[in-house]
Design a protein around this ligand. Structure first.
Ligand code: NDP
Ligand code: GDR
Length: 342
């Protein structure tokens, strides 16, 4: 391995954020190692465009099979790779699904973090550690939410993320590890998983506009979220690990929109009225809902100079445009180009 360039290890590299983070780190000259799960089908569609033949000299993206439920594998991997930076993005990340699979969610989204931290500790790595914490930890505590806001999680997912938040902080205090929590509010993109609400809406808009569908079944339209643009949020992750001090940061746009607003923004972008197509299905309700999440990212602005450029209305347009293009291209995997302002 080349000893001069920085080396990063990313869990969850096949997910939305992992793919943008891998892109960002490769553009900065990092050697990027990613953890992928063995599956019976390919699960690397979001990162295939970054991959090059491992036999070719200068290959900078290296993938390793493993799983956050397999602690000994994490130890052997980290011991062999010896990264400078570790980004823990892997999780069972769907809130509704966490009510169906609470134990598995606790195992991956919660205990997975301590397995990875232990792997860092026992291999004696001198590295920096990023934990993908979530605004879902605030749950029932009303907005605006910042780093001082008390946690009140409302799902097995939120509870598991609270465990991961505290165990990350504990390893920082107990072992002096440079470990930080990025408390990220909802962030979306054309690569967002298809069952999260924004992508579900923008995909449906593309299909309805093309005459392929006539209905969209949804749950609670009243919940308020602060939706930002994922490529900007992965930059905040990287900035946290470059700072002198290991601090925890809220990352958000600070603007509030309801699910109904997102429907309006997305359908209107192709000249349609959402009320004509959207129907209610109670299966998309959660046993306990998080009513409103709106972040105050003042600390990230002052300490990291991180300021989001893309707000929810533009985000909806970016996502609809990409889903329209993806459909026109045959409906297969569509790798978007990152939008940058300024
Ligand atoms: P995704 O659901 O898109 O990606 C999750 C990733 O975790 C995938 O690569 C998935 O692999 C991997 N994974 C799941 N279970 C395991 C496991 N047991 N072992 C190893 N890998 C596993 O999530 P996002 O990219 O949207 O989010 C990244 C992280 O940030 C997550 O931890 C999420 O909870 C958190 N977060 C996300 C926010 C958001 O708005 N997007 C906001 C705040 C926090 P595979 O592809 O094989 O399924
Ligand atoms: P969330 O995202 O739960 O905030 O978690 P999601 O997009 O799933 O839901 C947002 C809100 O929309 C409401 N909703 C629906 N949601 C889905 N998925 N499908 C529907 O049909 C639907 N109808 C209404 C939900 O009830 C909810 O109020 C996301 C994940 O990325 C987490 O991993 C992350 O930690 C948090 O964001 C911050």
């Amino acid at each position: 391995m080349n000893e001069t360039k920085k080396r990063a290890f990313i869990t969850g590299i096949t997910g939305q954020d992992g793919s943008y983070l891998a892109e960002l780190l490769l553009s900065k000259g990092y050697e990027v190692h990613g953890l992928i799960r063995r599956a019976s089908t390919f699960n690397t569609a979001r990162i295939d465009h970054l991959f090059s033949d491992p036999h070719v000299e200068g290959n900078k993206l290296i993938l390793h099979y493993g799983d956050l439920t397999d602690g000994s594998r994490l130890v052997t991997l980290l011991g062999a790779i010896r990264p400078d930076e570790v980004y823990n993005l892997a999780a069972q990340s769907h809130v509704r699904v966490s009510f169906d699979e609470p134990e598995y969610t606790g195992d991956t989204t919660g205990l997975g973090t301590v397995r990875l931290l232990e792997a860092v500790r026992v291999t004696g790595l001198d590295c920096r550690f990023y934990q993908a914490s979530s605004s879902e930890m605030f749950g029932a505590t009303p907005p605006p939410q910042n780093e001082q806001t008390p946690f009140y999680p409302r799902s097995p997912y939120g509870v598991a993320k609270v465990y991961s938040y505290w165990i990350t902080k504990n390893y920082r205090e107990a072992y002096g590890l440079f470990a930080v929590n990025g408390i990220l509010f909802n962030h979306e993109s054309p690569r967002r998983g298809e069952t999260f609400v924004t992508r579900k809406i923008t995909r449906a808009v593309a299909r309805i506009a093309a005459g392929l569908e006539t209905e969209l079944y949804m749950g609670n339209l009243d919940s308020v979220r602060d939706w930002g643009y994922a490529p900007e949020y992965v930059e905040a992750m990287w900035l946290m690990l470059q700072h002198d001090e290991p601090l925890d940061y809220v990352v958000a746009t600070g603007a509030a929109y309801t699910v109904r607003d997102f429907l309006e923004l997305s359908f209107a972008h192709v000249g349609l009225e959402w009320e004509k197509y959207v129907k209610f299905d109670e299966r998309y309700l959660r046993p306990t809902e998080v009513d409103a999440l709106v972040g105050d990212a003042n600390l990230a602005r002052t300490k990291l100079n991180w300021v989001p450029q893309i707000k929810t209305p533009e985000l909806a347009q970016i996502m609809v445009d990409n889903d329209v293009r993806a459909l026109a291209a045959g409906g297969g995997v569509w790798v978007d180009k990152v939008v940058r302002h300024g």
